[in-house]
Design a protein around this ligand. Structure first.
Ligand SMILES: [Fe+2]
Length: 301
């Protein structure tokens, strides 16, 4: 079993922290847990770790790092050795270098994104206490948790090999070209349809960060909130063929693409990979609905 439990946090750049605060708190409905002059830290209401989203002030957009939370302290040194044996340099990050995070292992994946493995993050608890089951005072969309990311890889086959043989991901679905090479790969850790997906694209880039909402009604509601607040929608409420999730995509005020995602099937370690061919690609990505502007939707961040 992979020692990695889940996508724990993502850090990316935003040009204006005040504008980011307004959007992510009032419209997107995240909970601010900390801030510094350089960074904002957020969690979703049903998460219990200190944060799952970090935004750093910078002139341009861009991904800073992806954090994977491992189950046991010993997973850190075990995976660190596997990464080094694969030929990738690692750095031990002392506990406390990053706010509320213990010791970590940092490395650059073959696809160019910086990734961290960590075991400890301060737990602050969920935003609801029994008998509450939903937060009563949260504005905006209010996703329950960070769900998955889609990132670019110049050499998709190489990145899939690294993720599966070193980090312990499994492939839930893939789209193969006529020569049998993957052009989209969807990978999972424990029981979700995907925790990370990849497609061919420029080194170090990402496509979107996805957050979970309860069901397809919540996806429709998210779209209505984004439209009502006059932010840019990328894909109106639709249904993925691959993962079978309900989805809508939109942008934060700076052009970071966000997704709210609901549903999807369960996976287990013996899940047989579902393979799609290129001729069914469009039905795979969007079974129902889809982007009005495909070129815009395919742009990398
Ligand atoms: Fe997604």
């Amino acid at each position: 079993m992979s020692g990695i439990m889940r996508l724990g946090f993502v850090e990316y750049q935003v040009p204006d922290l005040v504008l980011a605060s307004n959007f992510y708190e009032q419209v997107f409905g995240l909970i601010k847990v900390a801030e510094t002059p350089e960074r904002l830290y957020y969690k979703c209401w049903d998460e219990y770790d200190h944060h799952s989203v970090v935004m750093k002030k910078a002139a341009d957009l861009g991904l800073i790092k992806i954090g994977w939370k491992v189950e046991e302290e010993s997973d850190l040194s075990r995976l660190e050795k596997k990464i080094q044996d694969y030929g990738i340099e690692t750095r031990r990050v002392p506990g406390g270098e990053e706010l509320e995070i213990g010791e970590a292992v940092s490395f650059v994946a073959p696809s160019g994104q910086t990734m961290w493995l960590y075991h400890k993050m301060t737990q602050v608890g969920k935003a609801v206490i029994p008998p509450e089951i939903v937060p009563h005072d949260l504005p905006g969309i209010g996703p329950t948790h960070l769900d998955h990311m889609v990132i670019a890889a110049e050499d998709l086959g190489e990145m899939v090999k690294f993720l599966t043989t070193v980090l312990g991901f499994r492939i839930s679905e893939q789209v193969l070209d006529p020569e049998g090479r993957p052009i989209f790969s969807f990978l999972f850790l424990r029981s979700k349809p995907h925790d990370l997906a990849l497609t061919t694209g420029p080194k170090g880039k990402f496509h979107h960060v996805a957050f979970y909402v309860d069901d397809s009604d919540a996806v429709i509601r998210a779209h209505a909130i984004i439209k009502g607040a006059q932010h840019r929608v990328d894909v109106p409420p639709s249904k993925h063929g691959i993962t079978r999730g309900a989805t809508t995509y939109f942008y934060d005020p700076f052009g970071n693409r966000l997704e709210t995602f609901a549903g999807g099937y369960l996976t287990y370690p013996d899940f047989p990979t579902i393979t799609w061919t290129v001729e069914h690609l469009s039905a795979g990505i969007f079974n129902t609905g889809g982007p009005p502007n495909l070129e815009k939707f395919m742009a990398w961040i």
